[in-house]
Write a protein that binds this ligand. Structure first.
Ligand SMILES: C[S@@+](CC[C@H](N)C(=O)[O-])C[C@H]1O[C@@H](n2cnc3c(N)ncnc32)[C@H](O)[C@@H]1O
Length: 245
């Protein structure tokens, strides 16, 4: 289970804090096979949502839980439009950044710890590819059941992710094949964040094709209702909460 990070391993949070305080910051994403990528960086995480991102966020109605809120761009957007938003993140520095930027309710908490102490929500958002926080097929089931308890009947989950199999990169295709040979889902990516001297613990992101997403939702109390937007491999979905059976 992913727990709250510490000052020593909160690599992403240090990058966000540097950006907030005017120091240029770009963290690296290191995959378990050594593949390195430069992340989107502060210009993205601090930017107001684009027109398309705003349209996606607008699907979040009522009281909203922002899972993995980062620097708070979606929480702030929704808060400014009258929603009551609670942002949670495993990064204490990200939560500090959110508070300094004006997010009214921001709390250090993993999505795996969501419980009744937060109250109940009409909507959950997992934006900025955060549906990938589902982590693995088994972990996804646990998290989705937990979120089902946190959301009112008729509630919804608005998520963004990407279909990993649409990449033409042979390194990615080889990683997916290696995953499958180990009994993992193809898009289950083990990675860590590196920034300056900081390294986060290793964690799994789960990128899913639409068919895989629908399969993962089975038995969790959630159903894929609508693909709201798509752009290349990236897509956004509205997932609806089914009744308590
Ligand atoms: C790619 S960033 C996206 C941030 C924000 N949603 C956005 O779009 O700007 C992912 C965020 O999820 C947080 N995170 C990672 N694992 C988490 C977990 N298990 N529970 C809650 N937040 C988590 C990270 O600390 C990071 O702030």
């Amino acid at each position: 289970m992913r727990k709250a990070l510490t000052t020593e391993n909160d690599a992403f949070g240090h990058a966000l804090m540097d950006h907030l305080e005017g120091r240029p910051a770009h963290e690296l994403i290191e995959r378990s096979d050594g593949y390195l990528d430069v992340s989107a960086g502060g210009d993205t995480y601090f930017a107001a949502p684009t027109a398309q991102q705003a349209r996606i966020a607008e699907h979040a109605v009522g009281r909203v839980l922002d899972v993995g809120c980062g620097a708070g761009r979606h929480a702030l957007y929704l808060q400014e439009r009258g929603r009551e938003v609670v942002g949670i993140d495993v990064s204490p520095l990200a939560i500090e950044v959110c508070r300094r930027r004006g997010v009214r309710h921001a709390r250090v908490m993993s999505v795996e710890e969501v419980d009744g102490s937060l109250g109940r929500f009409d909507s959950v958002v997992m934006l900025g590819n955060n549906l990938a926080l589902l982590g693995s097929a088994a972990r996804a089931k646990r998290i989705l059941k937990r979120l089902h308890r946190a959301v009112v009947p008729g509630g919804r989950l608005i998520g963004e992710t990407l279909d990993p199999y649409q990449s033409g990169d042979p390194d990615h295709a080889a990683y997916h094949a290696e995953n499958r040979s180990k009994g993992r889902m193809g898009g289950q990516v083990r990675m860590r964040v590196r920034y300056k001297k900081y390294r986060s613990p290793w964690f799994d992101y789960l990128f899913l094709s639409r068919d895989e997403l629908e399969a993962v939702l089975v038995g969790t109390g959630w159903r894929l209702a609508e693909v709201i937007a798509e752009s290349g491999p990236c897509y956004a979905v509205r997932i609806e909460r089914l009744g308590d059976s």
